[in-house]
Design a protein around this ligand. Structure first.
Ligand code: SAM
Length: 251
């Protein structure tokens, strides 16, 4: 992550209370992890800690990591409020995990990889810290298969939040996992609807940039209107819907 710490601090509250709290993909993360109760879990790019909190009562210990201290502070409060105590909070980027080899049974990362500066390096780090046979639960936005739609989505996401790096198609995300030595066992694709204005505000940009994002949606290519199910009424963008890949892989 480069140059984005300040904006992430502003975003911490939005992530604690906004749409990241919920979603079918969050339930699937727990289902795909199949915890038995004894596992040590690492959650990468934990944000406000929703994925880690969903898993914590079902495992022995969770370690929450994020490069932004304000995110970890928000996650810590979430755990305190929930009365969940089997957690540690460690500042770290995915590309440089401060843990020994094979020190976790399960690693999760939800809606964070599209911010990673180096996806290949992050995947190798996940493989290194997982024990052999350990499980990797990966969730992130899927780029539409249609290239102009994918380019449009990356463009508006980056404009709305410059810490956005890139989203990939299902085949490309799977290739990143396989190149790091993972065997993909299971995938599911979930559609996620976003109320437009709260999504735009979470990006934390100034009024001028927000206006440019609105205008860009109003002039989106037809393929993007179709692939992202962009809903406009009376020249006001109301919502769009994208897809999240939920993937379970073995080291
Ligand atoms: C949308 S939030 C994650 C939401 C969270 N995983 C959940 O389930 O609620 C994205 C997070 O990725 C983190 N992040 C950005 N760059 C990162 C990197 N290189 N390594 C790890 N995390 C990163 C941000 O600080 C932010 O907290």
């Amino acid at each position: 992550m480069t140059g984005g710490a300040h904006r992430w601090e502003k975003a911490a509250h939005a992530y604690a209370t906004g749409e990241h709290k919920t979603g079918h993909e969050l339930q699937l993360a727990v289902d795909f992890a199949r915890p038995s109760g004894t596992e040590r879990v690492l959650d990468i790019g934990t944000g406000a800690g929703h994925t880690a909190l969903a898993l914590a009562p079902k495992v022995a210990r969770v370690v929450l990591t994020d490069p932004v201290d304000a995110m970890l502070a928000t996650a810590r409060r979430l755990f305190q409020d929930a009365g969940v105590r089997n957690a540690e909070f460690v500042a770290a980027a995915a590309e440089r995990l401060p843990f020994p080899d094979a020190s976790f049974d399960i690693v999760t990362t939800r809606l964070a990889a599209h911010h990673f500066d180096d996806v290949a390096l992050a995947m190798r780090e996940v493989a290194r810290v997982l024990r052999p046979g350990g499980r990797f639960i990966f969730i992130d936005t899927l780029a539409p298969d249609d290239p102009p739609s994918a380019t449009f989505q990356d463009e508006v996401e980056s404009l709305r939040d410059p810490t956005h790096r890139r989203i990939y198609t299902q085949g490309e995300w799977i290739a990143w996992c396989e190149q790091a030595g993972f065997r993909v066992e299971k995938t599911e694709v979930v559609r996620k609807a976003h109320d437009f204005e709260p999504w735009l505000e979470r990006g934390g940009e100034d009024a001028l940039t927000m206006r440019r994002v609105r205008e860009r949606f109003l002039t989106a290519p037809a393929s993007a209107v179709r692939d992202l199910a962009i809903v406009v009424r009376d020249d006001v963008v109301l919502s769009f819907t994208d897809r999240k890949l939920v993937l379970a892989a073995r080291r």
